[in-house]
Design a protein around this ligand. Structure first.
Ligand code: ATP
Length: 316
């Protein structure tokens, strides 16, 4: 297996090496190779990513990513959006686990309000919300495949938006075809209910911007950004990253919480069928947190490196 290691910028450079150490501990036989992209590369050569880096990502079986800082350039195009589009990473998967609940938000990653089709006119601006039958069916199929014993919750505004009526119909048909139990919720009510009754939910599937908002809302359930992992999955590529950004405010101080990055590495293991390894990593993180080793964002005094060392010590 070939794993691209992409620290990016800011605290990505601090948390990704910790997650890489965890993968190397479990799989020293895999090939790991670094790919440089982001603000640092932009400062050096005027572009955040080049053809060579894109090729390297395409050649990898899996990508472990940190975060990128947005360069101060009005013409800058998001590296992440470019990678998601080029590698067709259509499923953004965000598990949110806490005491008594474990839900997964699956967000459509390639269309919806982030279709990129927009224009400005004098006195107005338009953004096209594109929802296709193909896009809706494949994300619904993927999400239905993650349901284990619970049900698929379909989050939409199908009562108002035609594009969501289509998404809802496709999702319902795919859930039925997969034999998966399903329910539907309007996304606004769902945001509130997830906070009040997280244990009611198993897998939630929704469109691009609604999933973006819902997953940040759900982050409130688990004590902040430093702990939330995610995956971007396509049929041919898989990309794993913490939900948080490059956190310029704390970068370089060695205090970033590596939990989100380590749990992203666990998602990588899980995705490729190494479920025992994934469970061992998650259990090691849980045990270290339970022992009171925490970075400052969680009220502790541990450094990024100390937390990483404590996790590795439990993985022998
Ligand atoms: P970007 O522009 O790259 O998204 P940002 O600062 O706007 O950066 P985040 O990087 O997500 O957004 O950070 C939001 C806040 O959460 C910051 O105050 C940051 O310090 C904190 N934060 C994010 N990730 C972590 C982490 N892993 N450990 C500790 N604090 C974090």
């Amino acid at each position: 297996m070939r794993v691209a290691i992409v620290p990016g910028d800011g605290i990505g450079r601090e948390v990704v090496p910790v997650a890489e150490d965890v993968l190397r501990r479990l799989h020293p036989e895999w090939e790991y190779f670094p790919v440089e992209l982001g603000f640092g590369r932009w400062e050096r050569c005027g572009a955040a990513i080049g053809a060579e880096e894109m090729r390297a990502l395409r050649d990898a079986d899996a990508i472990l990513f940190g975060a990128v800082t947005t360069p101060p350039d009005p013409d800058y195009q998001s590296v992440l959006l470019q990678i998601r589009r080029d590698l067709d990473l259509y499923a953004n998967v965000r598990p949110v686990k806490g005491p008594g609940f474990a839900l997964t938000i699956v967000r459509e990653n390639t269309e919806g309000l982030y279709s990129g089709i927009e224009w400005s006119l004098p006195g107005s601006a338009c953004t096209l919300r594109v929802v296709t039958e193909t896009g809706s069916r494949r994300i619904a199929r993927y999400a239905a495949g993650l349901v284990r014993g619970g049900r698929l919750t379909i989050g939409t505004k199908a009562n108002v938006l035609k594009s969501d009526t289509l998404f809802r119909r496709c999702a319902v048909e795919e859930a039925e075809a997969a034999g998966t139990a399903w329910e539907e919720r309007y996304i606004d009510a769902l945001c509130l209910d997830v906070l009040m009754h997280p244990a009611r939910y198993d897998v939630i599937v929704t469109t691009n911007i609604f999933g973006d908002i819902l997953s940040d809302v759900a982050g409130h359930l688990v004590g902040g950004l430093g702990t939330l992992p995610s995956a971007n999955i396509g049929d041919a590529h898989a990309f794993f990253e913490p939900v948080h950004g490059s956190a310029p405010d704390i970068a370089g101080r060695g205090i970033a919480n590596p939990v989100a990055a380590i749990r992203s590495a666990a998602m990588l293991l899980n995705h490729f069928g190494y479920t025992d390894g994934a469970a061992a990593v998650d259990a090691a993180v849980d045990a270290v947190l339970a022992a009171g080793v925490r970075t400052p964002d969680l009220g502790g005094a541990a450094t990024t490196a100390q937390f990483g060392a404590a996790v590795l010590a439990r993985l022998v």
